[in-house]
Ligand binder design. Structure first.
Ligand code: ZN
Length: 215
């Protein structure tokens, strides 16, 4: 309830935009993300699988009814008016530290259809990614010319599994990441993120960007 404000207000960065641009250029068929912040969609990517779900939606554990987080947040704040103006330090994962007394006082609204317990529509640690979601990714990968991994150490198996599939199908794997990943020894090509940033900056200096070209 407190941390959602920061997540809702977050904006895509240069990498989100670059990946959306690659899709528009026909170079990316499917973007599989382990993030739950919907920033790829905000950047303009159309074909995205939110592998671990999405924070902008809540789901009923009993009947499966989905509700937008915006609507649920309104209900949360109505039920807990003492939280509205709470100041906190935003964390990247959308969590927020609040006093224990807040937790004790908090009322959690129920599903509007069946009165069931509602949770964020995300896969938490220890949870399982729905099988159909994994299969859609695997199917897409089977017809792909390559697998590009950007900004992941691949420590979580749900993402790493696609590298194993690619390796099995002899599909080249290219990794752009800061530091080691679990698939370094499977990669056809690996670029350190910092090197990539320097390269992009150098290219920007030599070749005018789209905006300055059209200006
Ligand atoms: Zn329900």
């Amino acid at each position: 309830m407190v941390g959602w404000v920061g997540v809702d207000g977050a904006r895509p960065n240069a990498t989100h935009c670059a990946l959306a641009e690659l899709e528009r250029a026909g170079k990316v068929d499917l973007l599989i993300t382990q993030n739950v912040d919907r920033l790829h969609q905000k950047a303009g990517s159309q074909r995205v699988v939110d592998l671990h779900g999405r924070l902008d939606q809540v789901m009923c554990l009993i009947c499966g009814e989905q509700e937008s987080r915006k609507s649920f947040q309104t209900r949360l704040l109505q039920a807990n008016p003492f939280v509205t103006d709470y100041q906190h330090i935003a964390r990247p994962d959308g969590d927020a530290d609040v006093p224990d007394t807040y937790v004790e006082k908090t009322t959690i609204p129920q599903c509007e259809l069946c009165g069931g317990v509602v949770m964020p529509d995300v896969v938490f640690f220890g949870g399982t990614v729905p099988r159909a979601r994994v299969e859609a990714c695997t199917e897409s990968l089977a017809s792909a010319g390559g697998l590009l991994v950007v900004g992941s150490s691949l420590q979580v198996y749900s993402g790493f599994r696609f590298c194993r599939v690619a390796e099995k199908l002899r599909i080249p794997i290219v990794i752009v990441n800061e530091g080691e990943t679990r698939a370094d020894d499977m990669a056809t090509f690996k670029v350190e993120q910092s090197a990539m940033n320097r390269l992009v900056a150098a290219i920007d200096q030599i070749i005018p960007s789209q905006e300055s070209k059209s200006a």
